[in-house]
Design a protein around this ligand. Structure first.
Ligand code: ARG
Length: 462
């Protein structure tokens, strides 16, 4: 049975239990307790400084809130579902603990600016954490790249063998994605850290509040410009979950690559035992479940983003209760992306790369055909004509079941009289990779330079 509500003044009847069950949010928004208390502290201090409440009341409020925080953290706090949400629970307990002064805390404030404040504080903490984890994964990838400066493998386009590349180059391509994620999250943080506190219900308030001071107190970079926007804006949550979605896209691509590489047909990696699972029936199996689930969990983060965007798309100004549905998608995306970044960094740290399997795979797909064409261009042929000759060489080698480098000089000269003994140097896989020293290319010096730049970024982002 419902107790008397904090907002119950104009009500004579009590809330039906069905309504309570349908509207309650405390079971999930209690996660915001620390931020709720932080926001209330800033508000109370500001009220006292502005002379809206007595200094003595602000001190009681501070002490009361500190006690509540301890109660919550040691499990003694009794969450009351009929109090709807975390905000009402904390406020009701405060009044229970300190009496009259507790009832003054909500002066010049509404749950509408309160919840927006708490949520922004929470999202900001989580974004900073994601950034650290994305950076850590990027650091692991860069470290592994440093170990494999000389390991070559076939690079693919259309998942068909294309040209030889360095494994370090390949790993650094993923590191670049996670670097962009860090930068994107950092940029998003600027918009998250705008304080809505002081917007009150929607129109501002008659009390002489100082929203700049509360913004500073809470570590926000700015305060709201428009009180109606302040209480109704959830762009920050959608943007944060979009950042998480792109992180998951990158993790999912890495996962797909590892799943392919772990297949014996490729055999480019051996999964560390700690990050693989076996089959209950097939003794030979070692399954890439971490990568598969990373790929799978990407779907739920996209779902969270879709939920947030759909939630907001038809809402008139300003606050609407629909917006209570903004938290669970964020929490879900947060849990998913946090764990996914962490487990993938740990797994990549221990991933075993099989350089020999990569070397063997290079001989399969004629990935030196471009080299033959470029060689002919070097001897004076036009590129299109050279492309044609190289194509015919591939057809010949394919018929014989060998690589281009296994054709005899006679065979090759039968295709073009420009070809001489030095063609075999051009066809060498190592040379093919080493020649590509354009900036950002797969040549050894180019990759070294890329790695040095990347490490400089890691330092400054660390
Ligand atoms: N539990 C609500 C939410 O999460 C808090 C704000 C409620 N405000 C209101 N006027 N009913 O959005």
């Amino acid at each position: 049975m419902a107790g008397k509500k904090l907002w119950g003044g104009r009500f004579t009847g009590s809330t039906s239990e069905l309504t309570e069950r349908f509207t309650v949010s405390v079971d999930f928004d209690k996660r915001l307790y620390a931020e709720d208390i932080r926001g209330s502290l800033a508000h109370a201090r500001m009220l006292a400084r502005q002379g809206v409440i007595e200094e003595q009341d602000a001190v009681s409020i501070e002490n009361g809130l500190a006690g509540i925080k301890r109660e919550i953290e040691n499990g003694a706090f009794k969450w009351n579902e009929s109090m709807e949400d975390v905000h009402m629970n904390v406020e009701a307990r405060l009044t229970e603990l300190i009496g009259e002064a507790g009832k003054r805390l909500h002066t010049g404030r509404s749950r509408n600016d309160q919840v927006a404040t708490d949520f922004r504080l929470h999202v900001a903490v989580r974004l900073a954490d994601w950034m650290g984890r994305a950076r850590e994964l990027a650091a692991v990838l860069a470290e592994r790249a440093g170990e494999h400066l000389d390991t070559l493998l076939p690079g693919y386009t259309h998942l068909q063998p294309a040209q030889p590349v360095r494994l370090s180059h390949h790993l650094l391509a993923y590191a670049q994605m996670f670097k962009r994620d860090c930068e994107r999250i950092g940029d998003c943080l600027k918009r998250v850290k705008v304080s809505p506190l002081g917007a009150a219900a929607l129109a501002g308030t008659t009390y002489p509040l100082d929203p700049d001071a509360t913004a500073r107190d809470m570590g926000f970079g700015a305060r709201f410009a428009n009180s109606m926007d302040a209480v109704s804006d959830r762009d920050f949550a959608a943007e944060a979950v979009f950042c998480a979605s792109l992180v998951m896209v990158h993790l999912s691509r890495l996962s797909e690559e590892l799943i392919i590489w772990a297949n014996p047909g490729f055999g480019f990696v051996r999964l560390p035992d700690a990050f693989a699972t076996g089959s209950s029936i097939m003794p030979q199996k070692k399954n890439p479940d971490v990568s598969e689930l990373t790929r799978g969990k990407t779907a739920r983060v996209f779902g969270d983003l879709t939920a947030l965007l759909t939630l907001m798309k038809g809402l008139p100004l300003a606050y609407n209760r629909d917006m209570q549905e903004d938290k669970e998608p964020f929490f879900d995306a947060d849990e998913t992306v946090t764990l996914a970044l962490t487990v993938n960094a740990a797994m990549m740290r221990e991933m075993v790369f099989d350089a020999e399997a990569m070397r063997k795979a290079m001989a399969k797909g004629f990935i030196n055909a471009t080299e033959l064409a470029d060689y002919l261009v070097g001897k004076g042929a036009a590129f299109r004509a050279a492309h044609e000759v190289s194509g015919r060489a591939v057809a010949l080698a394919q018929d014989r079941g060998v690589g281009l480098e296994d054709l005899s000089l006679d065979d090759l000269q039968g295709l073009s009289e420009l070809i001489e003994q030095d063609v075999f140097e051009a066809l060498d896989y190592q040379n093919a990779a080493d020649r590509r020293e354009t900036p950002g290319g797969t040549g050894k010096n180019a990759v070294r330079a890329q790695l040095a730049d990347f490490k400089a970024w890691l330092e400054q982002a660390g």
